[in-house]
Structures are given as structure tokens and as C-alpha cells.
Design a protein around this ligand. Structure first.
Ligand SMILES: [Zn+2]
Length: 277
């Protein structure tokens, strides 16, 4: 959902039903019905000032600027470290919940026997040979082996491989296991990129992290934490208006001299693209 700056995860259970994270109802019998439910969910989140049509009294410049400054639900498009971290934590919690539910479903772990996600501890994207992976640590409640009703918190490691490109990606887990926090093999993919506390299995059950690789340059963009939201919006709006006016002036000059050229508003559109987190 690039237009909304949101990510939805879809899990298919063994019966072929579709579940969404975050939850928008369901389970749904088909992918198409899942998409329809997500569309209905988003439809209800439009901010009135951002639902702009051809017949309203808002100028083209104001429409462009609003779309550059805000997501459709009214959130400010701003890449601060704190807001990006909060959003990434929330997204990862939903992602790992989907993985845990998938694991429980695949292993027929029901009721007390099911893993129950507790805390998301670490997540690290890794890129090796143009393939993207995630390494993840989280704690989950598991039933004790004594067969009684006692439970304990255990540390888990999951490796996920990302398949596909564009708006849709398939996530395949290649390793899902409990780990001992005092043992485990070193992983260059995590340590090279700053996640030194990630705990890995002590076997070769996972694929990524063995090469001395770093994340591609430019994957993480500039933070804009220095100003508060109001100050940021005012400064950004003034800059966008200036850019828009320059572009319109250039178009007027070209028309004057009889040149036919399509003006590319790349300077304005660039601000709508969040960097990957
Ligand atoms: Zn790792």
C-alpha cells in the first residue's frame, strides 16, 4: 500500500483461508476478497482534507502540496528517526505475529501448545548476492516439557527470505528455532550492520550472514528530527510552493517559445517516496 505508506501482511493457513496483519476482518476465502477488505478498511481512513476531487475549490498547487506533505489518512510524511523506529517496531511485531501464527498452524500447535509472541527484540535486514533476508529475534511463551500447565519465555531466531519485487513480496522462512542466548554462531550480516546483540543458532541452519556484506549504500535516508511537526510542515510547504512556481514558470517559458515538452515534476514527487526502513 505504497500510496498510504502502510504495509499489510497476508498469511494463508493450511485450509487456504487468508488472514491479514493488521487485522481487517476475515479470514477471507480468496486473495481478491482480502484485497477488497483492505481497500474498504483504507477507504474509511481518508482524511476529509485529503480526499480531493476535480470539482472541489482546491487549487492544483494546493492539491500537489497536500499530497506531498501528508499520507491520505492525515499523517505527516516525515522521516524522523523516532517515528520511523516506532513504525518499524509496530510493523515488525505484526510481521512476526504472522510468522508465529504460520508456525503454529503448520505444526498443529493449538491452545496451550501454541507459541505466544511476547517481545520483538531485534530485526536486521541483510542483502547478499542481491537477495534480501531478515534475521529476527523475539521471545515467545511455550509450554514446559513437564506436561503441566506451566509456561516459560524462550528466545527464538527466524530467518526470512524475501521473494518478489514491486508492491507484493513473498516471505519464506528458512529457519525458525529456539536459541540459547549463551551460544550461537557469529553472523556478519547482523554485526556488520550494527545489530550485534542478535542471537543465532549454533548450527548452519540459516543461509544469510556468512558473507562479509553490508547493506547497499543509500538504503537509509536522511533523518529530519531537528524541527517539530508544525515547523517542519511550514518549511516544507514553503519549499514545495517555491518549487511548484518555478516549474510552472518554466512551462510558461516553453509555451512562449513554441516548445512542446512534458514537464516532469520529479522535484515534487521525490518527497512522497519514503526510504526503505
Ligand atoms: Zn544475523
Amino acid at each position: 500500500m505504497r500510496q498510504w505508506g502502510l504495509t499489510f501482511y497476508i498469511r494463508v493457513n493450511l485450509q487456504g483461508s487468508f488472514h491479514t496483519y493488521p487485522d481487517v476482518g476475515g479470514p477471507f476465502p480468496s486473495l481478491q476478497e482480502t484485497h477488497n477488505a483492505i481497500d474498504r478498511h483504507l477507504e474509511g481512513r481518508w482524511h476529509p482534507k485529503l480526499r480531493m476531487g476535480p470539482d472541489d475549490n482546491v487549487s492544483t498547487m494546493d492539491k500537489v502540496i497536500r499530497r506531498c506533505l501528508y499520507w491520505p489518512d492525515g499523517r505527516i510524511k516525515r522521516h524522523t528517526k523516532s517515528s520511523s523506529t516506532r513504525a518499524a517496531n509496530k510493523r515488525m511485531h505484526q510481521f512476526i505475529q504472522a510468522l508465529v501464527d504460520k508456525y503454529n498452524d503448520d505444526h498443529n500447535l493449538l491452545g496451550d501448545l501454541a507459541l505466544k509472541l511476547k517481545d520483538v527484540l531485534h530485526y536486521q535486514p541483510i542483502c547478499e548476492n542481491h537477495i534480501w533476508y531478515y534475521h529476527l529475534n523475539f521471545t515467545a511463551k511455550t509450554k514446559e516439557a513437564d506436561g503441566l500447565h506451566s509456561t516459560s519465555d524462550n528466545l527464538f531466531f527466524v530467518e526470512v527470505k524475501r521473494m518478489g519485487i514491486g508492491n507484493y513480496e513473498e516471505m519464506l522462512f528458512s529457519c525458525f528455532c529456539m536459541v540459547n542466548p549463551d551460544n550461537g554462531k557469529p553472523c556478519k550480516g547482523c554485526t556488520n550492520n550494527g545489530t550485534v546483540d542478535m542471537k543465532h543458532p549454533d548450527t548452519d541452519e540459516y543461509f544469510a550472514g556468512h558473507l562479509d556484506a553490508y547493506l547497499p549504500f543509500g538504503c537509509f535516508g536522511k533523518w529530519s528530527d531537528s524541527d517539530d511537526d508544525d515547523k517542519y510542515v511550514k518549511a516544507r510547504e514553503a519549499k514545495l510552493r517555491h518549487m511548484y512556481e518555478l516549474t510552472v514558470m518554466r512551462f510558461a517559458c516553453l509555451a512562449e517559445f513554441g516548445c512542446l515538452e512534458i514537464i516532469n515534476f520529479c522535484g515534487l514527487n521525490a518527497c512522497t517516496t519514503p526510504v526503505c526502513t
